[in-house]
Design a protein around this ligand. Structure first.
Ligand code: PLP
Length: 435
């Protein structure tokens, strides 16, 4: 298929050519290179509310929202004000500061599953530290993860399944030693018997089970509550810690994330994205007993030069204060549900193979008509449809993350009218892709 450009993209194209002189592949994170969709990546110069503008002055209704952090949209006035006020007093001191206390208190006061939290600077760092903590607490080495869950670029989690169903991993990136990868076991999601069998054999060596309770990095693989309860029960039975990686779901599907949504209490939770209000913040949290294994109280070392700097804390605090506005999450979920069901209704009427799984303010354009709960149910051939839809949407001013495996995010800044506009444009793009 030929992808005809009906919007100007030359400035972005020129900047991308220049960027390739500086950065590998012209980018600082791989998916930004637009390898799975048409044309050069857009260079965005500014955003306000639900929209952002590229260097060619095209305006897009944004459903990527910086990959999830921007739950209140771009350049939210309240967050911006708090950040500017804080920046003026200095950006980082490398000391404890009151802003960190305030964010810590706000989170712990409103999240019944955790008692202590440690701030870091990214989701990857949060996961890496949580795994070290789990190993330190249990004295065990191996970790168990699930196919279809992403946990950042931590060595021991850049691991894919080898052959067979319950397997020791092999590294999925050059530079990850096989010796590291083999300490990670990988299972398919939602296979309780396999989980029991694996824990039965290896639990004496397994420190933790790590899972995205709302897997949102290989499409949106919404799990049943029973499966998450099963993880909790099996972890208890086999004396293994349970980590919920809530870098996406935390403060997104509700203030208490997936733990609260499903009412399943993990031992450790990792956070990122929304927690930083658009700034680089991650965190890991657990009971006081578990967190007391962290240095300087306990023997598990973890540190960070810019951890909990006041500017990032101010941004996170402002964002989470807004999240606590009564009715905030209900409204986002309602708007997202209305958009998803309108798209689905159109697809159904036309006989197009597409449905829209959604939870809270996260949604995914899923090809086929069957519910998808595991990554092996995704047919890669369907990503050609996504390429067409993505291209058509760019032409009409709607921005989705540049891969069919990525989910979309609705923010508090997306009005009902914005979402109705998106429905119309997504339906028109489907006509081109499937028509
Ligand atoms: N864990 C999950 C569930 C994620 O979605 C991500 C990033 O998308 C990470 C960890 C890594 O976070 P970061 O990109 O901030 O390092």
């Amino acid at each position: 298929m030929k992808f005809e450009q009906r919007i100007p993209r030359q400035t972005s194209a020129d900047l991308f050519t220049e960027a390739k002189e500086y950065f590998p592949g012209g980018v600082n994170s791989p998916v930004r290179a637009f390898r799975s969709v048409s044309g050069p990546p857009l260079f965005i110069k500014e955003g306000k509310g639900s929209r952002m503008t590229d260097e060619d002055d095209n305006v897009f209704l944004d459903f990527c929202c910086s990959w999830g952090p921007l739950i209140h949209g771009h350049a939210n006035d309240y967050i911006e004000g708090k950040v500017i006020e804080t920046v003026r007093k200095g950006t980082s001191f490398g000391t404890p500061n009151r802003m960190g206390n305030r964010l810590g208190k706000l989170i712990l006061d409103n999240h019944p599953y955790i008692e202590r939290i440690r701030f870091v600077s990214s989701g990857t760092e949060a996961v890496m530290s949580a795994i070290r903590l789990a190993r330190g607490v249990t004295g065990k080495t191996k970790i168990l993860k699930f196919d279809g869950c992403y946990h950042g670029h931590v060595d021991s989690l850049l691991v894919k399944a080898g052959s067979g169903l319950a397997t020791f991993g092999t590294s999925s990136s050059a530079g990850v030693p096989e010796a590291v990868a083999k300490d990670t076991l990988i299972l398919p999601l939602n296979k309780p018997e396999l989980l029991e069998e694996t824990l039965g054999k290896y639990a004496d060596d397994i420190a933790c089970i790590i899972v995205e309770p709302v897997p949102a990095n290989n499409g949106l693989l919404i799990q049943d509550k029973e499966w998450l309860e099963c993880l909790r029960a099996k972890a208890d039975k086999h004396n293994v810690l349970l980590i919920f990686d809530e870098v996406i779901s935390g403060f997104r599907v509700g203030f208490t994330g997936a733990a609260g949504y499903y009412d399943v209490k993990p031992d450790i939770i990792t956070f990122g994205k929304v927690i930083g209000g658009g700034f680089p913040v991650g965190a890991y949290a657990a009971s006081a007993e578990i967190m007391d294994h962290i240095s300087p109280v306990g023997p598990v070392y973890q540190a960070g030069t810019l951890s909990a700097n006041p500017v990032a804390m101010a941004a996170g605090l402002a964002a989470l204060e807004l999240c606590l506005t009564p009715g905030f999450y209900e409204l986002q979920a309602k708007k997202t549900h209305a958009m998803a069901t309108a798209i689905e209704a159109y697809a159904k009427e036309k006989g197009y193979p597409l449905h829209v799984p959604h939870i809270g303010s996260i949604f995914w354009l899923a090809f086929g008509n069957e519910r998808i709960t595991r990554s092996d149910q995704i047919d890669p051939a369907n990503m050609e449809y996504f390429k067409v839809i993505h291209h058509e949407l760019l032409q009409t001013g709607v921005y989705l993350g540049p891969s069919g495996y990525e989910v979309g995010f609705v923010s508090g800044a997306h009005s009902v009218a914005d979402l109705e506009e998106a429905v119309r444009k997504i339906c028109a793009a489907m006509d081109v892709a499937f028509g």
